[in-house]
Design a protein around this ligand. Sequence first.
Ligand code: FES
Ligand SMILES: [Fe+2]
Length: 330
Amino acid sequence: MTSMLQGAPWLLAHSSMLPINQPRKISLYGNDYVIWKDVQGSIHALPNACPHMGAMLSEGWCEVSSNGESAISCPFHALQFDASGCTVLPGANKKNISLLKPLELIVQDKFIWTYGGYEPKIEIPSILNEIAQTCQFVGHTADRSVETDLLTMLLNMHDYNHQNGTHRELFRITEVQFQQFVDEGHVSHAFYEMPTAPYSLIEKIKKPDLLLLPTKFNAHLENHFPFFIIFHGETSVGKAAQCHFFVPEAENITRTYVIFFYQPKHPIFKIFGSIFLNFAKVVVDQDADILGKIYPNSPQKIRLNNEVGMDWVKRNFENFPAVVTPNLSR
Ligand code: FES
Ligand SMILES: [Fe+2]
């Protein structure tokens, strides 16, 4: 068992999360990289430590050359590295041999994937490309690094009982009515309903966003082990796909973020986009909060109903990258 599932592809970002020529730091498997997008929309990533004296290149800036490509300038002594990691030293008239091995990226449509330099063991799923073709992209939110390991993060995200504890302040879910869990190996679907306790009129007047919360959540979660979950929502005014991603930044730091797509049936649905993003942010912040308040390796001596999603995570984690015979459908 590998604790960070090396050999899985990870979605580092949606292209819209990278403003042009603005370097950003990303981490994977304990390594830091600087990632940036040039004016042509090409995306590049290099190890983040400058080979001169170790400054963080992500704290530097982009320098645009005449062909539209951009190089990254180190914030310390301003050496400039092109996308392949080469630089021209002062006094020299040609580029040196690259001392920075670029991180290999696989860009599909606007989705930026990587295997982090490991041999691919499972494939990049096509579902996100399909969603992007049929839905509009709304935005991203809740991009944060949580001090927890990948397995603990995944268990939390496939735990269908934590709404009443972790998320009680937002949703006031009275119970989880589990309907079906469909296990297809590395993909699974969970269907359940969650009635909510009503908010008072005063609360709604104070916080009009609450009017958007339904009296009953119809949840359809589409899980793709290990990299993301899609929360499908449908109302009379439109369909939404809220996608939650995970990236193992280091043994005990796991990044998560949300990107949101919708297919409006009615123009009113458009204005809801940012409100839904806001809800997603609150949800992720609540998850991050509880993840910081769990004793690691504490033995589980009680089992609740509906822990089937967590069983699915454990099985896939232990057998990675093999897909063992699905046996959890019910
Ligand atoms: S540390 Fe980067 S140029 Fe000196
Ligand atoms: Fe949660």
